[in-house]
Ligand binder design. Structure first.
Ligand code: CA
Ligand code: CA
Length: 180
């Protein structure tokens, strides 16, 4: 029986699907994930061969492989299959770790000046990867900065993705969708 998430969580997963299926083919494919990685590399000037670049690609490809595995091996994953796969992965502890490998790899790329913090400029560029440019951007930045030191720490960033994948309706990480 397919798992069900809260309507809010399912709506977020559907938005994530739409953000990744940028070519609008109605399916998420390997090439969609490769395009996401390319956008990070371009906007953050990451050498794809560098350890950071390899980690970024690895995290995306591992996630894509797991989605495919949960979608009974279809390598073109429909929206419904994608949402079901992620819901399934979220209840499996090892997959929770996998989902969290992504924000860690992405954090390393966003943090261009290697001070282990995301500042406003780095955050704006991160949202450009997702072609998000909205007046709500800085509101999201402020909410993610839970200790209010003016920057987003690794812990705050990874926590925001835990929020995103939770049933919460109000936690800071649920705001990504609001500015999308
Ligand atoms: Ca930084
Ligand atoms: Ca902070």
């Amino acid at each position: 029986m397919p798992l069900e998430g809260s309507p809010q969580l399912e709506a977020r997963l559907e938005k994530l699907f739409k953000a990744i299926d940028r070519d609008g083919s109605g399916c998420v494919e390997r090439s969609d994930y490769e395009r996401v990685v390319d956008r990070y590399n371009t906007l953050f000037e990451v050498d794809p061969e560098s350890p950071e670049g390899q980690e970024l690609l690895g995290a995306h490809m591992m996630l894509y492989s797991e989605v495919v595995r949960h979608a009974q091996g279809h390598d073109r994953v429909s929206k419904q299959e994608y949402v079901s796969a992620l819901l399934q992965m979220l209840v499996e502890t090892n997959c929770d770790n996998l989902l969290m490998a992504m924000p860690n790899a992405v954090f390393d790329v966003i943090d261009r000046n290697d001070d282990d913090m995301i500042d406003e400029q780095e955050f704006r560029r991160f949202l450009q990867v997702w072609q998000i440019d909205s007046p709500a951007t800085m509101e999201v930045f402020t909410r993610l900065d839970t200790d209010r030191d003016g920057q987003i720490s690794r812990h705050e960033y990874v926590s925001s993705w835990r929020d995103f994948f939770s049933d919460s309706t109000t936690a800071p990480g649920t705001l990504y969708c609001r500015c999308a």
